[in-house]
Ligand binder design. Structure first.
Ligand SMILES: NC(=O)c1ccc[n+]([C@@H]2O[C@H](COP(=O)([O-])OP(=O)(O)OC[C@H]3O[C@@H](n4cnc5c(N)ncnc54)[C@H](OP(=O)(O)O)[C@@H]3O)[C@@H](O)[C@H]2O)c1
Length: 232
């Protein structure tokens, strides 16, 4: 029986690479704001014999979580995995963090995964399922200028630890993927980091697939994937 995974942030980078990595074994519900990109990916997956649906949503809006999960279950008939990948990064020193700086990062990086999980859990519990949260090495490393972003990712890791314990009895595994620097659109064009030395989005996708497809007797709780040579 094919299972269904919902992937947020599937229109680019790690989310799109994860969709392509899973498409052979999973039905997919792809979520992001850029509908045209999602439609392209759905068509590519269908052309290769897979099944995917696009749901465009702005996950900064709290009411979208429930709608997205209902749409996913409506398309696919059930839900076995939620991959909370959508996120954004902006840098600011701690004395420059203002309301505008946190106004998008906290709702998208931290609130949306929690609300999506709450909406998805009744469906994930039907056959036993998984929640995978894409965090960052910034959750427990120290990078100047990343305080607010690190707080969102550390918060999501803390949520994941509690959720893992709460959801064991409902046969839902909760895992965390913490990437290091990975070449994607999250990096501004003017970055001084060397993109050639970063991980590929496909590397992170492979780790997500490993976690998701682990035998039911194993919970892979946290994987850290970093560029072996550094990216500076
Ligand atoms: N790249 C790295 O070095 C790195 C390192 C550590 C962790 N991460 C994490 O990895 C995850 C994926 O990032 P990426 O590197 O693949 O970057 P990316 O290519 O910029 O992907 C971000 C995704 O999030 C979606 N998104 C942004 N705002 C959204 C919103 N308001 N509502 C719904 N979807 C939204 C984007 O789609 P739309 O614009 O179409 O909505 C896009 O699909 C993020 O959580 C990021 O924090 C990345």
């Amino acid at each position: 029986m094919r299972r269904t995974a919902l992937i947020t942030g599937a229109s680019s980078g790690i989310g799109a690479a994860t969709a392509l990595a899973l498409a052979g074994n999973w039905d997919l519900v792809l979520v992001a704001r850029r509908r045209a990109r999602l439609d392209e990916l759905v068509a590519r997956i269908a052309a290769a014999g897979g099944r995917a649906w696009a749901v465009d949503a702005d996950l900064i809006k709290p009411e979208e979580a429930q709608r997205v999960v209902i749409a996913a279950v409506g398309c696919a008939g059930g839900l076995d995995a939620l991959i909370n990948n959508a996120g954004l990064f902006t840098a600011a020193p701690v004395d420059a963090i203002d309301a505008a700086h946190v106004a998008t990062m906290f709702p998208l990086n931290l609130r949306a995964p929690m609300l999506l999980a709450a909406a998805a859990i009744p469906h994930l519990a039907v056959r036993g399922g998984a929640i995978i949260n894409v965090t960052s090495v910034a959750a427990d490393a120290t990078f100047a200028g990343c305080a607010a972003y690190a707080a969102t990712k550390a918060g999501l890791e803390a949520w994941s630890r509690v959720a893992r314990e709460e959801l064991r009895s409902r046969r839902i595994r909760v895992g965390v993927i913490a990437p290091g620097a990975t070449d994607s659109e999250v990096w501004p064009a003017e970055t001084t980091f060397d993109r050639a030395r970063m991980c590929r989005a496909e590397d992170i996708a492979a780790a997500i697939r490993l976690m998701l497809e682990a035998p039911t007797t194993a919970s892979i709780d946290r994987l850290v994937v970093t560029p072996p040579g550094g990216a500076f």
